[in-house]
Design a protein around this ligand. Structure first.
Ligand SMILES: [Zn+2]
Length: 183
């Protein structure tokens, strides 16, 4: 399992709801959690590892030692959002790119855990940002889509570099053929 970087087409696929939580999915989620910590991320979504399922892993402090901050969210939904807050954020599929994004300040979310139990959470500020960012991934939405015009302009060079690097990797055959963009 590997984190795919922009503009890998898997990042634009809409993830399907999970219908069964089996051994294979538990193993895949475990691998996602490891990848998240290895890359010092606060969250990782299925499409980012080319797994087109509605699965998210998060740790709001990015610390593997703090398991109380670690969450697995299967088929997550935002049931309520309140307020707005513009803060800088990044994404493991855009290493090194940080830009301000406006999001709801507070969200109430529902998701299933690995045991298949439905849980609900009320979160504000950074944890709310992580939930919204990761749920966007499940819909093929990326933080560059949500930047202001100014933010997007400031990120243009970095985004062009991601595209050039991806093209190079694709030419070297480092990108799986079945996931190549079909133009
Ligand atoms: Zn992301």
């Amino acid at each position: 399992m590997k984190i795919v970087q922009y503009p890998h087409p898997a990042l634009r696929h809409k993830a399907s709801p999970v219908t069964t939580i089996d051994k294979q999915l538990s193993v895949q989620i475990g691998q996602m959690i490891e990848l998240m910590y290895e890359n010092s991320g606060l969250g990782l979504a299925g499409p980012q590892v080319a797994l087109p399922l509605q699965v998210i892993v998060m740790n709001f402090v990015g610390d593997a030692e703090q398991k109380d901050q670690e969450f697995v969210a299967i088929n997550p939904v935002i049931v309520e959002s309140r307020g707005t807050l513009e803060e800088r954020e990044g994404c493991l599929s855009f290493p090194g790119l940080y830009q301000k994004v406006r999001r709801a300040k507070t969200v109430r979310v529902q998701a299933y855990n690995l045991k298949g139990e439905l849980y609900e959470m009320n979160v504000s500020d950074l944890p709310a940002r992580v939930w919204q960012h990761e749920i966007d991934h499940l819909n093929g939405v990326l933080f560059i889509d949500k930047m202001s015009e100014l933010g997007r302009l400031a990120s243009r060079k970095a985004i062009e570099e991601f595209i050039a690097e991806y093209e190079q990797a694709r030419k070297k055959g480092e990108i799986p053929a079945d996931l190549e963009p079909k133009l």
